[in-house]
Design a protein. Sequence first.
Length: 441
Amino acid sequence: HRLLYDMPDDPCELNPLLPRSLGDILLRCIAKDSDERYPSAHALAQDLNHELRNAKVFLSQGKVHTKRSEWKEAAHCFQQAAALDGEDPEAWFCLGDALEMQGHPDPAFDCYLKVVNADPAAVHAYRRLGRVYRKRTDGASLDASLKMLERAWTLDPTDRDTSLDLVSVRIALGRDHDALDLVSDLVRRHPECSRSHLNAGRLLYKLGRWPEALAAFRTAHRVEPRQFQALFNLASLTFEMGQYEESEQLFLQAIALDITAVEAQHNLAMLYLETQRYREAEEWLKAALGRRPSMASYALMGKVMLAQQRHGDAVGFLIEAIRSGGGWDIQVNLAEALAGGFRFQEAISALRHAIKHAPAEEVAALYFQLARVERTASNTSEAIKALRECLVNSPAPELAEQAQFMLNSLAPRPKGTSPLQPITARKADTGSFWKMLGVGR
């Protein structure tokens, strides 16, 4: 209707996706001058049939589907465009994009390769190749992703998205200082980009520079106040730095932005546990578990129950955490809950299982904890064995002193020796004395 009244007189102004050739056909259909109009329907049909062999028509229609997120229909149109003009890099790039959005990274990868073969300066194709490589799990693919993204960055160092992707891959490869150099440059070039400040904050936090990380997260939140990740990271860091009141308000704001954000609900519950507000912690954990059950939330709920001396409830949640993939540390919490409920043999089994899987630096402390449970269960001989294992596994000085004191109180004494007097031995009997302590000479 607007074209009939010459407002505007070019159909491509109404729809930029319309191919020029198809726009000319449309103008001829509605031309006021009979000499410019199609003389017959047959003539119009001929031109339209010719347009069906024009790759640009299918390319434009595919872009219409892309705008509507109709990826399957878009891919079909782009396939037609690529079949009609196999040398058109845009058709292959759009096809790769549509396939990737459907969850088909391997065919998309082939499409992007065709683009860079046809146009070695195609920055966006190199970036997409880097993204597809990164989705693969092997380490070699991560290195290949880095090469593709560095190639794209070399072609256009000012492209923000390329730089952000390159930062992410460098972080994944453990090249934190290189990533920080690049993200610092990004912050200077694009101070309005919240994601740049966010990545800077994450890197600074990882490198132990917490005050600078806090400033970066605050900037990211100021630039984009309704950006969930900026708010969540700011809340989490203020929590770790002991700024509980501010952290609580930030977590509540983050949850208000995204009520499905289980990680924010979980961290808020951690804050309430830390500040001994157990009922509120329990409420938020119930909400998190109701939305998305996870090992971390089950384990945290178990700790909340332990803090309230609700050992039976704690056991149930900790067992669920272990079933969900919890490790040795959850076994230790389970042992504490079982011992609190006077289920000593089960607690002992849980601790022995934890000792088998714990890192070497934790073994001594776990043996000491096992000794305490064995002593409470009146298993004196087993408690002595556990204490000797504790001393063998290089405990910290304070722990070694406690273990030695408990061992002295449990170990059998020579006849006539008062428990208040130190055990002494003649020089000739020194070997048996050290053997009794389990240290070895």
